[in-house]
Design a protein around this ligand. Sequence first.
Ligand SMILES: Cc1cc2nc3c(=O)[nH]c(=O)nc-3n(C[C@H](O)[C@H](O)[C@H](O)COP(=O)(O)OP(=O)(O)OC[C@H]3O[C@@H](n4cnc5c(N)ncnc54)[C@H](O)[C@@H]3O)c2cc1C
Length: 422
Amino acid sequence: MSDVLVAGAGPVGLAAALTLARGGASVTVLEAGPGLAAESRASTFHPPTLEMLAGLGVLDRLMDRGLVARTFQYRDRATGPIAVLDLGVLAGDTPYPFRVQCEQSKLTPILMEELVRHGGRVLFGRRVTDVLAHAGGVVVTAGGGRHTARWLIGADGAHSAVRRSLGIAFEGLTYPERFLVASVEEDVAALLPGLEPINYVFDPGEWLVVLRTPDHWRVLLPTPGGSSDAEELGRLPGRLRAVADPGRDWALAHASLYRVHQRVAARFRHGRVLLAGDAAHVNNPLGGLGMNSGIHDAVLMARALLGDPAGVDGVDGVAARRREVAIGHVRTISHGNWERMRSADPAAHHAELRALAADPGKARAYLLRACLIDSLRETGGGAATESATARGAGTGTATGAATRAGTEPPTGVGPGARAGTS
Ligand SMILES: Cc1cc2nc3c(=O)[nH]c(=O)nc-3n(C[C@H](O)[C@H](O)[C@H](O)COP(=O)(O)OP(=O)(O)OC[C@H]3O[C@@H](n4cnc5c(N)ncnc54)[C@H](O)[C@@H]3O)c2cc1C
């Protein structure tokens, strides 16, 4: 029997498992697939996530494979650059005042390698189909076998079998359009002068996002909900040439269509089961918050299970506060980004963004929220919050975790607990 089972070997499940293994807990990850997912999805890591990954001993390897993006840009599709925001204004708030651009599929092997080095196990071909939570632990049916543990973290993605098995509602909305993500071999910076590594391009007719990743430029385009994939992929060359026309079709590496939802689970804890990442909340990808906030869930929940008094205040507390973050930060910010991208009257918003870029104090306040540092400070966020507070740059709310610590006895899934200290 493991101390903790984790359903799903995505970035969230593996970050939770590694935090637990480093804390001395025995942890087994049950993954449905035959190996780690290779799908090209998240590509942006925000500063507080970088802090957490540094704490897990994997940041150097991620940065070796990724690109540092110190700036990002807002553009108008017709008129070009509006404003450039420089994450350098966060230098007093984080040791990593930049984003790292790297596909999530490059992080997961690094996390798994480190997890195994710390004694954790990943079992592939184990699709979780049923969960029984009882007072002393959990019984999980996966891949035809039964697994028992004291706790289960459900990090099995948006269609979470863990969440469904426990009958936890997942309410919200489905966006009217799908998102088409094209990775291209073109040098898009040569086609669109003045591009930064990350670019949000406003347009009332057809907004887009243009991002640099280590291997490609990626273009994200909204796409009608009702048409077939084949029809949309057939239209793609023409749509890309309408963004910038090199006199021929763009060289395309690959393209995928995603239906996008905004949903939050009715609760993130059910007895000895916690939900984290996409299993607990999904949002649109504008602003790059899904994986980032999911990794924050993972690390903070795992720390709570380890009974770390410096981390968060108990399992109930962290589950409640991560749900507050999913609603008050991740959902609000990403939905606001979607509304602004398609604004029919963007002039006032453009003026706001120009004023923001020109005022480092305002830019800092905006970026603290956009990159989720605020979400951690306001709810007690462990490493990311502590390091900022230590440098005197905190908002004053960061000490909440410490003052609330101890309101629930440590759950202690680590070695101390097995020795009878919990
Ligand atoms: C186009 C696009 C771009 C995005 N860009 C960003 C970005 O830049 N930044 C960002 O933060 N987020 C971004 N996101 C969101 C991000 O991809 C997700 O939030 C992230 O993958 C969530 O990680 P996860 O580990 O919770 O779930 P997943 O990555 O979905 O992993 C879940 C794992 O569980 C496994 N699994 C599923 N069912 C079971 C089962 N029953 N039993 C066992 N295992 C199971 C799956 O095989 C998978 O390995 C983007 C999403 C999309 C679609």
